[in-house]
Design a protein around this ligand. Structure first.
Ligand code: GUN
Length: 288
């Protein structure tokens, strides 16, 4: 970071765009800005009201596309439903590919398919980083990914495949899901269904990475997942809501390694976002 700043005469810059007032999105964006500041990166946030139109949002992205001091652009999802079902795709399509630190632009997705993407989606990259740092062998392993979203499931499966895992992508229409996932040495879940993945989904000793996050406000769900007197139940009692992953807590008794939600891959996602921003900044500086 410091070397770039010395050469360029300014720090790497990240422009975040936040639309509406989804509380979780505000939390994520604040965490990104705080981490950026701690690492010497400039990050700012352009906020639009939930009532903003898609053309208004596209105009903000266009301003950041033209900006000399923004090397990376991140439009926080989800966007308000009122913007239309294809709003996210239309936004990701107009972010300049060389500033696309989310790795969501079709050019970067296409390059990821060919294993030559300069900028790759942050959460799946964070999962790979975590597996590698934990010395979990990916090459030759059987891996299962539950969820086929553009943001996590699809890029996750591609990254695992490029590291020579044998990958199965599972989704809501997969027949006999536990039978498929319980063959996997590495299981990554990205569904957003609280506690859905129970021990019968998991091969004993497998590495399980939970990427689902669901804000639960239904007491019955919390009582199904957490024992009376447990810390998480108490926390729900105080706050009336709880962030819960896809993976049922009992999976800890079966898995060889478990990255839970909360407390798992989140900080790595942010670290990879900052790394992508620095990469984008260096590429832009070199291209001048
Ligand atoms: N919302 C949840 N995860 C992400 C992400 O990785 N990038 C963006 N832009 N929005 C998100």
């Amino acid at each position: 970071m410091a070397a770039f700043t010395a050469r360029a005469g300014r720090p790497p810059g990240l422009g975040i765009v936040l639309v509406g007032d989804d509380p979780a999105s505000h939390l994520y964006v604040n965490a990104k800005i705080k981490s950026a500041a701690e690492t010497g990166l400039h990050a700012d946030c352009s906020q639009l009201p939930a009532s903003a139109s898609l053309p208004e949002l596209l105009a903000v992205v266009e301003r950041l596309n033209q900006s000399e001091v923004h090397d990376g652009i991140l439009v926080q999802s989800p966007l308000p439903d009122s913007m239309g079902a294809d709003a996210e795709r239309r936004v990701f399509d107009v972010v300049r590919p060389d500033k696309d630190v989310d790795g969501f632009h079709p050019v970067n997705v296409g390059k990821l398919v060919q294993n030559r993407a300069p900028l790759v989606a942050c959460t799946p990259s964070g999962v790979i980083e975590m597996l590698e740092r934990s010395q979990i062998a990916i090459a030759g392993a059987r891996a299962a990914v539950i969820g086929r979203s553009d943001i996590v499931g699809k890029p996750m499966a591609l990254l695992l495949m490029h590291r020579n895992a044998t990958v199965t992508i599972c989704h809501s229409r997969t027949a006999n899901l536990p039978r498929v996932t319980s063959q996997a040495d590495i299981l990554v879940t990205a569904m957003g269904r609280a506690g859905f993945v129970t021990p019968d989904f998991v091969k004993p000793g497998a590495a399980v990475v939970d990427v689902g996050t669901t804000q639960v406000t239904d007491r019955a769900v919390v009582e199904r997942l957490f024992a009376p007197g447990s810390k998480r139940r108490d926390a729900f009692g105080r706050r009336g809501s709880l962030v819960v992953g896809d993976v049922h807590p009992d999976v800890a008794n079966v898995a060889g390694a478990l990255s839970p939600v909360p407390g798992g891959v989140g900080p790595l996602t942010i670290a990879l976002l900052l790394r992508n921003t620095l990469r984008a900044a260096e590429e832009r500086l070199a291209a001048r």
